[in-house]
Design a binder for this molecule. Structure first.
Ligand code: ACO
Length: 428
């Protein structure tokens, strides 16, 4: 039995701190009363060693390379479930039976359209606007169209907001893309699956019939499942911290989309392809690029490698690598980018620099290869990630609201000037 309390000695004081144990035997020292008892706060830049909440949604063992949603291994969910089934699981805490899934799917289909006036927003954006900026702005703007469902403490309003968001984010993301290429917006086609409808919104035009390719549909569905939640990562922590002020769900999710955009987070999938293309275009060898990524004089990193939590293989990367080979073979595509990715992976996994730092391919390393093969432009990779991560953000936001919680408000250690006198402007 582990001790139930930790002791902290500080000067003459010995403080007892409760030890909290999770269902997978993770342990944490509860310091919530530390400041009240001692005046001390803890300092943990980047929160690398800080548990911000207790959660029963997603379990990661970064040392073993394990990922579970609600207790189910990611490999099993990827094999047996569809994205909306996994979304239901994350949001409701259990897998749906067929009737429940049908009802959930039906409700989401019912909300795929956006208000006609809402479409005008896109017109105001420059053609080269990054779709992540458009997605976050448009999700935030949903709050202006649905003032009837903004109260985070009203379960009926929350449920309708959840369904609206899940239904409309693919429409919004696809319209951001259509606007950037000057094509007409397609209306949703609710007889299609969630992913089939999204592919049609992205790739169809009113001039021709569009047939959803089942290989592509399955591949995108898989990618969405693999991205659906990842406990307290940067964007999810953002959703929680913004949501902790009791702002509406749309505003909290919009903040999460912005956090995801960064190249050290979800934006890495776009950066991976940029990196692979640069290697191909500049005629670099894999070895030369790996040396660059290791060099302190060069700002390049091996994008799609490394993870704050996984110090072993990211289980999602294994599934995506296999899917990348499958999809390319089924579509009859030869990809130079995939070849370069495989070479970089092999080199890095044998290289002392990467071995010592436990840097392995992460979820983003091969996902862009699949997206490129199916014709998704690079700046749409991260919006695809956002569509996948949406049910996870929602589940985490809901969980926070289900429990008593404080507003997210970290402390700091101030290191600036001590009190100074203001001299008048002419005397400075
Ligand atoms: N290439 C080269 N070196 C790397 C890489 C990389 N991809 N990742 C980490 N390192 C090195 C760092 O330079 C540092 O070296 P040092 O100890 O000699 O200074 C060491 O490994 C630790 O790196 P940190 O940035 O401190 O690790 P942290 O856990 O904070 O960062 C992160 C994790 C941001 C994912 C990082 O590995 C990275 O930038 N990877 C590339 C971007 C990427 O793929 N992001 C997607 C992550 S998955 C996701 O968000 C969905």
């Amino acid at each position: 039995m582990p001790p139930e309390k930790a002791e902290l000695r500080y000067g003459e004081q010995v403080i007892e701190l409760p030890v909290i144990e999770g269902s997978q035997s993770e342990r944490a020292v509860d310091i919530s009363n530390l400041r009240a008892e001692t005046g001390l706060v803890t300092l943990d830049p980047g929160y690398a060693n800080t548990g911000s909440c207790e959660s029963n949604i997603t379990f990661i063992d970064g040392e073993q390379g394990i990922l579970h949603y609600r207790g189910y291994p990611i490999e099993a969910l990827a094999e047996h479930c569809g994205f909306l089934e996994v979304s239901y699981l994350l949001v409701n805490g259990r897998l749906p039976n067929r009737a429940e899934l049908d009802e959930f799917t039906h409700s989401i289909r019912n909300h795929t359209m956006i208000h006609e006036d809402f479409r005008l927003f896109f017109r105001a954006l420059p053609k080269d606007a990054h779709p992540m900026a458009a997605c976050s702005a448009m999700v935030s703007a949903l709050a202006t169209f649905y003032p009837d469902s903004l109260d985070p403490r009203d379960p009926t309003e929350v449920e309708i907001s959840i369904h609206r968001l899940l239904a409309k984010l693919p429409t919004i993301a696809a319209y951001a893309y259509k606007h950037s290429i000057g094509q007409p917006f397609m209306y949703p086609e609710n007889s299609l699956s969630y992913v089939g409808n999204f592919l049609r919104l992205m790739f169809a035009t009113p001039c021709e019939d569009f047939v959803v390719d089942p290989v592509v549909e399955k591949a995108v569905d898989l990618l969405l499942i693999l991205h659906a939640d990842h406990e307290q990562n940067c964007s999810t922590s953002t959703v929680r911290i913004v949501g902790s002020s009791h702002v509406n769900l749309f505003a909290a999710i919009s903040a999460g989309i912005n956090a995801l955009w960064g190249p050290r987070h979800g934006g890495a999938n776009q950066e991976v392809i940029a990196m692979l293309r640069a290697i191909a275009d500049e005629g670099l060898t894999g070895r030369e690029f790996v040396e660059r990524a290791k060099s302190r004089d060069d700002t390049s990193r091996l994008m799609g490698f490394g993870h704050r939590v996984y110090k072993n293989f990211d289980p999602r990367a294994k599934i995506i690598k296999k899917a990348a080979f499958d999809v390319l073979e089924r579509l009859g595509i030869h990809s130079r980018l995939l070849e370069i990715a495989v070479e970089l992976e092999e080199l890095a996994l044998k290289d002392d620099y990467f071995i010592k730092r436990n840097l392995y391919p992460n979820v983003d390393f091969y996902s862009g290869v699949i997206y490129t093969a199916i014709g998704t432009p690079e700046n749409m990779f991260t919006p695809n990630f956002a569509i996948g991560r949406l049910p996870g953000w929602i589940a985490q936001w809901l969980e926070m609201h289900e429990h008593r919680h404080k507003i997210g408000r970290p402390r700091q250690i101030y290191t600036g000037a001590t009190q100074r006198a203001v001299t008048k402007i002419d005397e400075r």
